[in-house]
Design a protein around this ligand. Structure first.
Ligand SMILES: C[S@@+](CC[C@H](N)C(=O)[O-])C[C@H]1O[C@@H](n2cnc3c(N)ncnc32)[C@H](O)[C@@H]1O
Length: 223
């Protein structure tokens, strides 16, 4: 597999190698952690919901792994990645350059979700972000994401499961080690009800276990 557009088929091993090659400018440990992510985060399940040549907004894009994967697989006509963390965005910009078609992507540092571009997108993704947002601000964060989805567009929400207890604990310990936070998991059922009430239909609902972690994926389409 190479980092050229449209050049790979997705399985976890390929994605892991792709990310390992792509992030070769990162310190060794971080590079290894990034390349291990496809074994925890179901990027291939996310990717199949993104149509080709989509206009994508990635809310809380971090180091840009998802956008790099989508760029390299030809899913993106235009994209914006937003995050609060400038260091992660610098890495995301480099990764996009190396993934090819970097001119299609821009990265924006935001102070809060309201500062995201006031535009409409074919797809808005929010992957493992909401559990980092204080509980009292989560509804607003989701509202800011979904109001940027165009008619017929997709809101793809991925987070970590609340249960069973031991999968939640694995997630808590992971975040404690890597982000210094003891996070409170997202109540996915509440997110689901809220997004549906805003005029979306649920098109996919999946619980995806990986090692001792548990992912919860919800894909909504705006009517
Ligand atoms: C676990 S990382 C996930 C990154 C990326 N979505 C991925 O899946 O690779 C969580 C990200 O959410 C970002 N984040 C947390 N609070 C945010 C906020 N209020 N606005 C934007 N990004 C935020 C963090 O800076 C971090 O990059």
């Amino acid at each position: 597999m190479s980092a050229r557009a449209g050049s790979f088929s997705f399985d976890r091993k390929d994605l892991s190698r792709f990310l390992f090659d792509l992030y070769d400018y990162e310190p060794k440990l971080l590079r290894k952690l990034i390349s291990a992510r496809p074994y925890v985060c179901p990027f291939e399940d996310i990717e199949r919901h993104i149509p080709s040549n989509a206009k994508v907004l990635d809310v809380g894009c971090g180091n840009g792994a998802l956008l790099a994967i989508l760029l390299a697989s030809g899913r993106i006509s235009e994209a914006v990645g937003c995050d609060v963390h400038e260091g992660a965005l610098a890495s995301a910009r480099k990764a996009a350059e190396r993934a090819g078609n970097a001119g299609r992507v821009s990265f924006l540092k935001i102070g809060d979700f309201e500062a995201m571009p006031a535009d409409r997108f074919d797809v808005v993704t929010m992957v493992d972000v909401l559990h980092h947002v204080p509980e009292g601000k989560r509804v607003k964060a989701v509202d800011e994401a979904i109001k940027r989805v165009g008619t017929g567009g997709i809101f793809l929400f991925k987070d970590m499961v609340e249960s069973p207890f031991w999968r939640r604990l694995a997630h808590n310990i992971d975040d404690l080690i890597f982000s210094g936070e003891w996070v409170r998991q997202v109540k996915t059922a509440e997110v689901e009800a809220h997004v549906k009430a805003a005029g979306f239909v649920l098109v996919e609902s999946q619980e995806i276990p990986r090692i001792f972690y548990g992912n919860t994926l919800r894909v909504f389409r705006r009517l």
